[in-house]
Design a protein around this ligand. Structure first.
Ligand code: ACO
Length: 310
């Protein structure tokens, strides 16, 4: 039986117009540009909008970038931790907003959501689905206490989308690794109607470990080593985490896609934002090996190795 794989075709992003700099935050919080840059690598972030609208804009751009029409898409898969409402799923708003005739569902695996979504889209392709519009979108500013300096300096809003297309043969996704440890769910939480809370130190410590293990497992399953990675596309939570991951994996930092300085931590949106940035900068060529890897609340973690262009 022939295997059906996937290829990633078309990418688009959307971020709110409003730029909030570290200096802006320092005006109302007991913090400083120096502290935020040194501890996180963040210089500014985008704030505003709602998840569905950001997702619709990013989704439209990805479909256009792929040279397709909304009618060419069969499923909308939206990774988000900040849905517009608990019910209906925000993907339904995205489906209607873009005019896509097909299924729609949300997925919440916190900051690992986009990679979980990519693997899910590949699973849909394997059982006969058509193209999937995969979006990572967040309006984290809506669940942050702007008086809490420990969270307010970290997050931003935005969305990134790709079209995942089924192809005959193995396709681009050559290995993946998904993980979770729900005994650590207290490390990063947000109750109904509440604010984001994080045990930053503990998340930092564990993040480096789980990302490195997950990435190594995915590379080994692909029959590759760190030296084969042309581009690392990590979750953008903290520049120091990205640097530590690069160092432990043995991947030079110059091979990492980094947008945290401009966007802060945008959870599910951070990996597609970084991927889009690398694509627009011409950093990805056919045949390149990309390692996408993320971690987040749950805790969850996820890695995927892609050979770009099949
Ligand atoms: N401005 C100034 N000082 C601050 C700030 C701030 N915004 N926040 C904390 N501080 C102070 C602390 O109170 C502490 O002061 P003390 O030494 O007098 O006690 C000092 O700075 C150091 O604080 P730490 O928490 O030890 O700082 P650390 O270097 O660990 O950095 C950070 C904190 C940036 C949160 C880091 O731990 C981190 O990035 N953790 C991981 C975050 C992450 O990956 N999250 C994942 C998902 S997030 C999401 O899903 C939205």
């Amino acid at each position: 039986m022939s295997v059906r794989g996937i290829t990633v075709r078309g990418s688009g992003i959307s971020v709110p117009d409003k730029v909030v700099t570290n200096a802006d935050l320092s005006a109302t919080l007991d913090t400083s540009d120096e502290w935020i840059r040194e501890r996180t690598g963040i210089k500014e972030r985008r704030v505003g909008g709602v998840t569905s609208q950001l997702a619709i804009e990013a989704g439209r751009r990805a479909i256009e970038d792929a040279g397709l029409q909304p009618s060419d898409i069969d499923v909308v898969l939206l990774a988000t931790t900040t849905p517009d409402a608990l019910v209906p799923a925000t993907s339904a708003t995205v489906q209607a907003g873009i005019g896509i005739p097909g299924g729609a569902f949300d997925l919440n695996a916190a900051c690992s959501g986009f990679v979980y979504g990519l693997v899910t889209a590949a699973g849909l392709a394997a059982v006969g689905s058509g193209r999937v519009l995969l979006v990572g979108a967040e309006a984290l500013s809506r669940i942050v206490d702007w008086d809490d300096r420990t969270m307010a300096v970290l997050v931003g809003d935005g969305a990134g989308a790709v079209v995942v297309e089924p192809v005959d043969g193995p396709g681009d996704l050559i290995s993946w690794n998904l993980g979770a440890d729900g005994t650590l769910r207290h490390l990063l939480t947000c109750d109904h109607g509440g604010y984001l809370f994080m045990d930053g130190k503990e998340v930092f410590r564990r993040a480096v470990r789980v990302v490195v293990e997950s990435a190594q497992r995915a590379l080994s399953d692909a029959g590759l080593t760190a030296s084969d990675v042309d581009l690392l596309v990590p979750h953008q939570a903290n520049l120091r985490i990205i640097q530590a991951v690069c160092q432990r994996l043995g991947i030079p930092e110059e091979r990492a896609a980094i947008v945290i300085d401009r966007y802060g931590n945008t959870s599910s949106a951070s990996i597609p934002l970084a991927l889009d940035d690398a694509l627009r900068a011409g950093r990805v060529s056919a045949g390149d090996h990309l390692l996408l890897t993320g971690f987040g609340g749950g805790m969850t973690w996820a890695s995927a190795v892609l050979r770009w262009g099949g």
